[in-house]
Design a binder for this molecule. Structure first.
Ligand SMILES: [Zn+2]
Length: 222
């Protein structure tokens, strides 16, 4: 999955309004960011034959990263709800990859997500072996998440709108960076990190829409 993970991050603003949007987006894509880091330092390699790397995309390690993200957010914010949402976002990445991998995009591939480490059984339902399924799911999830974000936050001024669109432009620039080859692919997977400063900038100029408390029921006989 590609943009769909970011859609889940945008949508999470509805349940974690206190967490900056950049942090939500990085949590949703953390496993891919880790994969880029591990590829860059030679710990993992990704190829259609080997599948996804076990240190980033293995089920066991995805659980470890989920717990680490929860603990980190809880230590920093002391807000268990925000920490839980961020942890679940990290876990959501593996679940969505389980549904979408292997991503043959028209050339069906065998399951490529390891359960444990090197040599362990690999799983994956292969939704993205079909180009149509991949496009509909990826852009559908992204659009749905962005729509939730736009309903839940409103710009305070022009900068709030501009910064939001700069975030979207940064997200859609990443596939073009991938055209630069292997190095470009690794750089592109790190691009979620730039969403942290962009998100802070955007949300200094946006406000969360708070649900109005229900009016108290009229007391009878008063
Ligand atoms: Zn992934």
């Amino acid at each position: 999955m590609f943009f769909g993970h970011l859609g889940v991050g945008f949508g999470a603003k509805a349940v974690a309004p206190r967490v900056s949007i950049g942090v939500l987006l990085v949590a949703a894509t953390a496993i891919d960011v880790l994969a880029s880091l591990f590829i860059a330092i030679g710990l993992e390699s990704v190829s259609p034959e080997n599948g996804a790397g076990p240190c980033s995309h293995g089920l066991f390690m995805a659980g470890v990263w989920t717990l680490a993200a929860f603990a980190l957010l809880f230590v920093v914010t002391r807000d268990w709800r925000s920490a839980l949402v961020v942890g679940l976002l990290v876990a959501s990445h593996w679940v969505l990859d389980f549904i979408s991998h292997p991503m043959g995009m028209g050339k069906p591939l065998p399951p490529d997500l390891p359960l444990l480490f090197e040599g362990s059984p690999k799983v994956g339902l292969g939704l993205y072996n079909s180009v149509v399924s991949a496009l509909v799911t990826d852009f559908g999830l992204f659009a749905a998440g962005v729509a939730v974000y736009l309903v839940k936050t409103r710009p305070l001024d022009r900068t709030g709108t501009i910064a939001f669109w700069v975030m979207i432009a940064a997200i859609f620039a990443s596939p073009f960076i991938m055209l630069l080859g292997t190095v470009g692919s690794v750089i592109a997977c790190f691009t979620p990190l730039i969403l942290i400063p962009l998100g802070i900038w955007a949300e200094r100029h946006r406000r969360c829409v708070v649900a109005r408390p229900k009016a108290p029921a009229a007391e009878s006989g008063a």
